[in-house]
Every structure is written in structure tokens, then in C-alpha cells.
Design a protein around this ligand. Sequence first.
Ligand SMILES: Nc1ncnc2c1ncn2[C@@H]1O[C@H](COP(=O)(O)OP(=O)(O)OP(=O)(O)O)[C@@H](O)[C@H]1O
Ligand SMILES: [Mg+2]
Length: 532
Amino acid sequence: MSGRNQTVTERQGTAAERLFPRAAATIEFVAALGRGIGRLFRTAYLFRVELLLTGAGVWVWLKLWHWLGSPLLAAKILGSILAALLVLRLVYAAVGKAAPTIGKRAGRLAGNPIGRALLRIAAAHALLVGLRTVLRRHRAGRVLLWAAGMRARARVVRQMRDGLTGVRFENNAGKLPRIRKVRTTPVGERMTLVCKPGQSAELLDTRAEELRAAAKSRDVRIVRDPNRSDLVTVDVVRRDPLAATSAIRWDGLGHDALSMWDPVHIGMDENGDPVRLSMAERQIFLAGEPGSGKSSGEQVITCHAAKSPDAELLFIDPNRVQFAPWADRATAYAYADPDDALEVLNMVRAEGDRRLALLEKLPGVQRKLTREIAEGEGIPLWVLFIDELAYHTSVIGTTNGPFAKAARDIVSRFRAAGIIPVFATQRPTSDVVPTSLRDLFSMRTAYRTTTLASSDVILGEGWARQGYSATDIDLANRGVSWLLAEGALPRRVKWAWIDDETISDLSMTTVRFKPRRDPVPTPATDDTEQEG
Ligand SMILES: Nc1ncnc2c1ncn2[C@@H]1O[C@H](COP(=O)(O)OP(=O)(O)OP(=O)(O)O)[C@@H](O)[C@H]1O
Ligand SMILES: [Mg+2]
């Protein structure tokens, strides 16, 4: 009490306050009033959707009362309508989730009235999902979706504020990060936060678990803006749009001929957009647990290369079965035999050296094989597939052996020479795949893994902690992976699926595009044990 009195007596005011006490008091009063009104508006804005809905509800009730002449009857009718809407919404949500299963059993369900009703709701759900995908492609559609997502955005702002207050994220001045922007995304909501002095993306990252629970979401992904460290993107992940997708059709099937210099259609991302990867001058590394979809992913790239008259295929396939249809079609093919495999690699190195020498001899400064030079000189892109890389670098070879060294040499030196390495393995740890080789890949894709550490080994240190973890990929949803290629953030992708008949068909029908070279001789029998 005495302290307070002291403060009061100590406060003398500024010179202006002493000279014009009435004016100063008026200014102070207006400022306090302004602050109060501002606070009221900010709070009302947070609850704007609820306030709007309440207003609309009262308006409808008053109208009903006016028509019916009884306030109680009006309230009963309004209540019944709201309850019916709620029940419909719950049924819709439940049936929408089960839409793919319902689709499969449609025949049996159509036989009874409840089944038919369920089918109609499932069809409406599918239609809405499709409509949303179409709307997202157009500006006017995005405005509509923005308006539709108001409630979700208001909810996530509240949840995030509660979460941040709950973990005492205020800085010394008692301020929370400012929420600058919120938008709805196909997976949930994305917000941009502006950190106040004393806060950082890294600090926020340590509270990711609590924020995830506060948002009642599957996950939150926290990433710092690369250009402004006080800006933080928080992705609140509520659903997995790829979970219910069936097999993705490969675009290339509709084309007679493709070019390896053009981007390869590899699948679909979470927004429902096609994912295309430029492969020229790049390398891709695919990794994940057994059966996660690596070889099927390689097949997509293989089929694109096979349909491209400007590309040639080379395979090292210890499993033997994966790329068998291409054996007669490829420029070089080796099974599990280490000498054969090394021979393929040496063939690639010799060709790479020949191309680099040729580039050197061309007039002017030619730093790399371009599409024009390739067409002018008749040089095809060589796509080198190694399935189950670890077989040659750890099972029958070593991480320091000739195979590993040759593979590393190819990845590091021949990017400019039109050699495209596509390597896949189950466990990319340093004891099975040399780190010096793995780190050279410009594109990496992590299929399902069992541990966060394995996911980080593939994508790079720290991604799993930020919410980009291959452990989240559903075991049943094969062919889904985190792809780190273009852009700063990994993208969740479902790879296209090409069935065996199409592959076998393409392996025969695309032969006419290019003459076959002498393949590397492979012994007729090979009893080396193989890794599964
Ligand atoms: N994109 C996809 N769409 C649908 N199903 C897929 C997809 N990719 C893979 N699958 C399913 O998963 C199975 C296993 O895939 P795949 O053989 O490519 O796995 P893998 O990762 O190469 O396994 P391994 O490490 O044992 O070689 C396929 O037979 C197929 O049924
Ligand atoms: Mg495989």
C-alpha cells in the first residue's frame, strides 16, 4: 500500500501536463476510451462467426415468432431445425469418411433404402471433394472457399492463442507472437506468426507437442521463413487428403512419346495437384521400409524414360524381379552379380568421361549437356536405376568398396554429362549406404519409415521434428512419400501406379523408338543370395 502511495506522490507528470492539466486529462481519457473500444472490437472479431450466427439465429426466431404468434413455438421449431442440421452434418462426416469403402460395397448397399441413402451421401461427399479441388484452381473459387473456411480459421486462432498462453510463450513484455495471416489448406489451416523480441521459431518448435494438443489436430508443422527469421509458418494438420485416394493414374499413358528433358509426372500432392519433376541434371534417392513403394516409384520414371526417344535405360536390379520386363529393352542390365553391376557402372563412367571430353571440344564454353547440344550431337540422357543399393554397398560389397566408389563418382561428376541416377534402398544409414554418396542427391523422397531418425536420414537432419516425418505415413497407404525437391519444404506425394501389364506392354512397344545397344553380358545362372 505504501509503495503505491509512493508511486502516486512521485508521479509529477510532464511539463505539458502541469501547464495544461485539463487538456492532458481529456487526452488521457480519449486514449483510454480508444484502447477499450479497440480491445472490445478485437475480442468481438475473434468471435465474429459465433456472433454472426447468434445474430442470424435471433433474427430467424423473431421472424418465426412474428408469423406464428408464439415465442415458445418459434423457439421449438428453430431448435428442431438446428438439431436436424447437426445430425445431418454428423452423418455426413461419418459417411464421408467411409466413402471409399462404401464405394467398393455399392452393389450390396443399393439393395435397401438405408443403403441407398448412405450411397447418396457418399456420392455427395465425393462430389464436394471434387468441387473443392476445381474451385481451388480458380481465383473466384478460392475467394468462395476462403469465405467458407471462416469458422475454421477463427477456431484455430483461438486454439493457438490458448495454446501459446498455456505454455507461457509470452516474452518479458508479456506479448504473444502476432498472428499475421490464417488460411485454410487442404490439410487444415496455415498461420503466419510474427515473433516478438525474445521469441523464435526454434523456441516455438520446442512447444510443438503442446500446440498440437491445443489445436486438437493430427500434427503441427513449424517452419521459419528463410528470409525473415521472425516470421514462422505453422501448419495445423487435421486430415490426410491422400489417405483415401485410390491408385493415381500416370499422365504419361496418354502420350505416344515423351521427352526425358521434360518434367516427369510422378503423382499427386496433398492439394490434389499433379507433381512433375525435372530430371535432367538432377539425381533422385528413394528410401523407405520394405513394401513402401520405392520400386513402383522407380517404374514411373522408367516408363517415362522408356517413352522418351531421347533417353536410355540402365538397371542394376539385385532383386531380379522388379525390372525383369526391361531386361531386353535396357542399354545395360545387371542382376546381383557384383562384377556385372560394376561393369554397368564403369560403362556409365566411360560414357560420362566421353561426353565431358566432347563438351570440352565444342566451340565456346559448354558447361553442361543441354537439350540443344544433345539433339545436335545425338546424345541421349542415360537414366541409371539402382534398386536396393544397399545390396551392393553392404551385403556383398562394402561402403568403401569399388561399387560404392564408382556410384559416388557417377553421382558427383556426371550431372553435366546427361547421366541421371535414380537410386533406391530400404535403409539409408551410413553402415549400408555411404553418407558421402547419399548426401549428393538433389532430390530425396522418404517413403514410410518406422523411426523419426530414419526419416531424417533420408530427408535431412531436423525435418521430422518440424512435423515432416515419414513415420506418419499410413502403413496401408503404399506409394505415399515425403518428397524434398523443388521448394524449401518437403511435399507429401502419392506416386502414380502403373500396373504390371502396362509395364510389360511398354517394355515391348517402346522398343521401336530406339535401337538396342549391346547389353552387358549377364551369366545365365546366378546363385548369389539376394536381399528381399
Ligand atoms: N503408388 C502406389 N499406388 C498404389 N499401390 C502401390 C503404390 N506403390 C506401391 N504400391 C503397392 O505396394 C506394393 C509394394 O511396392 P514396391 O514393391 O514398390 O515396394 P518397395 O518399397 O520397392 O519394397 P521392397 O523394399 O521390398 O523392394 C506394390 O506391389 C503395390 O501393391
Ligand atoms: Mg523394391
